[in-house]
Design a protein around this ligand. Structure first.
Ligand SMILES: NC(=O)c1ccc[n+]([C@@H]2O[C@H](COP(=O)([O-])OP(=O)(O)OC[C@H]3O[C@@H](n4cnc5c(N)ncnc54)[C@H](OP(=O)(O)O)[C@@H]3O)[C@@H](O)[C@H]2O)c1
Length: 333
């Protein structure tokens, strides 16, 4: 698989990463065997970047990756871990804690669950408003110096935070939502990341399945208490408007001999050498679509038509609910 560099002077990684979140959390039940088979198929296809978080299923996702490590040599994987999100036994979210002691404590548990002695990239899931970013990144830097962490990233950070963090230690990547319907980073955050030599680890490439070509109002009704049942873009009139955008995209996809998910993924791939999409596949069939998107060439005419079908600000509804939007440093700058 094609390789991309994770930040100026950073490591080379596969041009696609596999996001493992949905294998443990957020999107309803997942099939353990299919999840493991998807990880194995991704590695067989040349993907080494696996993205996880210690709070994805409260440790479940890391334990799943540990199972995958039984048959995949550690050095074949580039494991990126998020930490800092606080959860209660009922699975609710309580906020974030990225104080230096919390950084080291979370890493100790992560290494134990993964059964490894280092992680390739460590990053706070959210910027903690109570803790200066210099303190959080400073604590991860100590873990780099001690050999437990290889590279440092940030998630959903704004431009100012990127600048401050970069003064403490090189930041290899910014993980942030980026898709045809989530283009907020283009104004300030993406140019700042480029200026600082920070790669973009793009998540929500399919807007959590909204741009999959398979989402329906019935699925929103069934989502119920599942995460997507609460997202503004998946509800009522917003959903109707958003699914009309998907239909416009479907026409272009069919002309290209592709499906909607492939076109939406290929659009993110086309954003630049420093943008690495995280594929949210939890089935081998979805992974296959993402791999096909790597081969899909979008020329200037295709891109113009795609962006006319889904204009920059056409999506209805914010990408998270109000409580979570309020936690995003990236939405403040
Ligand atoms: N830093 C952060 O704040 C943050 C936030 C969210 C995610 N992430 C990371 O980014 C990764 C990807 O995010 P995401 O899961 O939201 O990505 P996504 O690709 O936008 O959505 C994934 C969902 O889309 C559907 N899907 C995926 N491929 C498909 C295909 N080819 N055809 C039809 N449906 C398809 C699946 O839904 P069904 O399985 O229901 O069919 C899947 O669960 C996560 O695993 C996680 O590692 C980071």
């Amino acid at each position: 698989m094609k390789q991309k560099q994770l930040g100026t002077n950073g490591p080379m990684v596969s041009a696609l990463g596999l996001g493992c979140m949905g294998m443990s959390d957020f999107y309803g039940p997942a099939d353990r065997n299919e999840s493991l088979a998807t990880i194995q198929a991704a590695v067989d296809a040349g993907i080494q970047l696996l993205d996880t978080g210690d709070f994805y299923g409260m440790g479940h996702n890391e334990l799943l990756i540990r199972e995958a490590l039984a048959t995949i040599p550690r050095e074949k994987l580039f494991i990126a871990v998020k930490f800092g999100a606080l959860r209660a036994p009922d699975r609710s979210f309580l906020g974030v804690d990225t104080r230096p002691a919390a950084v080291k404590n979370a890493l100790a548990y992560t290494l134990q669950r993964l059964g490894t002695d280092y992680v390739d990239l460590y990053q706070p899931a959210r910027v903690d408003p109570q803790v200066p970013i210099e303190d959080t990144v400073g604590a991860i830097k100590e873990m780099v110096d001690a050999g437990y962490v290889r590279h440092i990233g940030l998630s959903e950070a704004g431009a100012d935070t990127l600048r401050r963090a970069s003064k403490v230690h090189p930041i290899a990547q910014l993980q942030i939502e980026y898709s045809l319907v989530s283009r907020h980073i283009e104004e300030e955050i993406l140019p700042t990341a480029r200026e600082l030599g920070i790669a973009i680890s793009a998540y929500g490439v399919l807007s959590r399945g909204l741009l999959s070509g398979h989402w329906t109002p019935e699925r929103s009704s069934q989502a119920g208490r599942e995460f997507r049942g609460h997202l503004p873009r998946f509800q009522g009139e917003n959903l109707e408007k958003n699914l009309a955008l998907v239909e416009a995209l479907r026409g272009i996809a069919e002309e290209k001999g592709a499906n909607v998910a492939q076109i939406a993924t290929a659009w993110v791939i086309s954003r630049g050498e420093d943008v690495i999409p995280l594929i949210g596949a939890r089935k081998r069939s979805h992974l296959a679509d993402a791999l096909a998107a790597l081969e899909l060439v979008l020329d200037a005419d295709d891109l113009t038509r795609i962006e006319a079908a889904v204009p920059k600000d056409a999506v209805a509804g914010t990408r998270y609910d109000a409580w979570q939007m309020n936690m995003l440093d990236s939405e403040r700058s």
